[in-house]
Ligand binder design. Structure first.
Ligand code: GRF
Length: 207
């Protein structure tokens, strides 16, 4: 039996190097999933993710308060919604996006925004827990296990429903850099698999 895949239009939000964005593009090219990556939204026009969008001819928009200082909060939030609507976006993937998602976007994309976090939430999540800080905190705590969490985004930072977690053993010789790399390698593998499982209906966003 051939399973009918649900094809979605994806927008990635990223602020940094963009290795997850890049791995999603590669996974799409290798038919790991069928949905289309239509758009990148970034708050940082100089980030690696923008270079990746350019190389792969993916539309990108730089939206930050610095660029639009005069807009009211409502109009600023509508900017995001306008772009997402223009590109027919059904699913937003956060991949190292360093800003909170605007409440209007969260409301319009309820259960349609996914984040990847480099630790086992609810541990090592919340304010200040981003980038290498997460892995430093894990090493300092003496935890023997860390990993990744892929979860829905709601109004509460790092608190949305968990879709997938994968464990990584923290070895004696690990420091924050080696742990970060080990987890990043798994992030690259599993983010795209989650999209595939959403398409296949194995992961349900609206439970
Ligand atoms: C990843 O570790 C991801 O879990 C976190 O931010 C980092 C982004 O890395 N949310 P990159 O920009 O995709 O390389």
């Amino acid at each position: 039996m051939v399973t009918k895949l649900k094809k979605l239009n994806i927008c990635v939000f990223a602020s940094g190097g963009g290795s997850n964005f890049n791995s999603l593009i590669a996974a799409r090219r290798n038919n790991v999933f069928k949905s289309e990556i239509k758009l990148l939204i970034t708050n940082n026009s100089n980030c690696g993710a923008v270079d990746i969008a350019k190389i792969n001819k993916i539309a990108y928009f730089h939206i930050s308060r610095k660029v639009f200082p005069r807009l009211t909060d409502d109009d600023y939030q509508k900017l995001f919604l306008d772009k997402l609507t223009e590109f027919g976006i059904d699913l937003i993937l956060l991949a190292g996006y360093m800003k909170l998602i605007e409440p209007l976007v969260v409301r319009h994309f309820r259960n349609r925004i996914i984040n990847i976090h480099p630790a086992l939430l609810p541990l090592f999540g919340g304010k200040g827990m981003y980038g290498i800080n997460v892995h430093k905190a894990v090493i300092t705590s003496g935890a023997r296990t860390s990993g990744l969490t892929i979860h829905l985004v709601n109004e509460n930072y790092d608190k949305g429903r968990i879709l997938l977690q994968k464990n990584v053993t923290v070895e004696d010789e690990d420091d924050e850099n080696s742990l970060q790399q080990k987890i990043l390698n798994l992030e690259h593998l599993y983010y795209s698999k989650v999209i595939r499982d959403i398409e296949l209906g194995k992961i349900k966003l609206d439970e």
